[in-house]
Design a protein around this ligand. Sequence first.
Ligand code: MTE
Ligand code: MO
Length: 315
Amino acid sequence: MQAAPIDPNIPDAFLTPVGQVFRRSHLGPPPELDAAAWTLSVEGMVDRPLRLDLPALRGLPRTDLTAFHECFGNPSRPDEPTRAVANLAWSGVPLSAVLDLAGVRPQARHIWLEGADRGAFAGEQGVAYLKDLPLDLARAEVLLADTVNGAPLPREHGFPVRAVVPRFFGTNSVKWLTRVVLADHRPEHLFTTRLYTRVPPGGGAPRPVREVEVNSRLVGARDGDAVPAGPFQVTGRAWGFDPVIAVEVAVDDGGWRPARLESRGPQPVWQRFTLPCALAPGRHLIRCRATDARGRVQPPAGARNAVHGIEVVAR
Ligand SMILES: Nc1nc2c(c(=O)[nH]1)N[C@H]1C(S)=C(S)[C@@H](COP(=O)(O)O)O[C@H]1N2
Ligand SMILES: [Mo]
């Protein structure tokens, strides 16, 4: 996998400019697909197996989706925060429209999504990028996107068509999508049952990495930045599978104070928070922590969604 910056800078904007979005390609350089030759095949437990080209896909009803987009991070270090997150406006065709065309058989329970990239990962050669989802969920949520922030998908982000699974970790949003399989079981595969799984809190069988947990991070200032002493606006973004209902900010040992928080609205977008404060000359630790609608709070440390803190120097 391309090296992941541990704490990438995030611009203070509602939509992340596409050029500043993190990129993850496990299997080498992003494949360069020819739009004129691209097809999406729909196979397995369907009445009418399909092979759709781009005009056929684009002939189906379209929809828009603005959503946060977060990378789970290194699959072999599930407790390490990466904070690679963006907020993007996608458009495309709902997967359900394609499934209706193909006629899904009643025995199908799972959907497999495969990309066109092939390569080596974790010691395996010639691996494909394959993910799977429960069929009902995929039917309700998945978008087959061909634009991002109003422009065609760039190659790095899945041109010409990718899946977008809102509120799920980015690993589920298969890029360079070329094959959909309907099945009555999950696929045994490097990216489905071996990597991108984790043991739930309290133990048990490993489960695939899907719902994004409650999280937040500071934007604008970065760890180690020099800032002018005096009035300072703490700014950040909060997100999660469920809406965030509160964000608190702590400056040094001043205790947690409620920040002003935008509400999420109908789409699963990230939420901006702000808290004005004053910084005396010297070093300051600024932290933020979010609580979601189910009352879950970011843990202080030792988890992917641990509280984010930065140290700034006021001069
Ligand atoms: N085909 C394919 N899809 C993929 C990946 C990949 O390597 N190959 N990486 C996944 C991971 S781990 C993430 S976080 C997102 C990243 O999407 P982006 O590069 O558009 O930000 O794509 C996902 N989809
Ligand atoms: Mo990822």
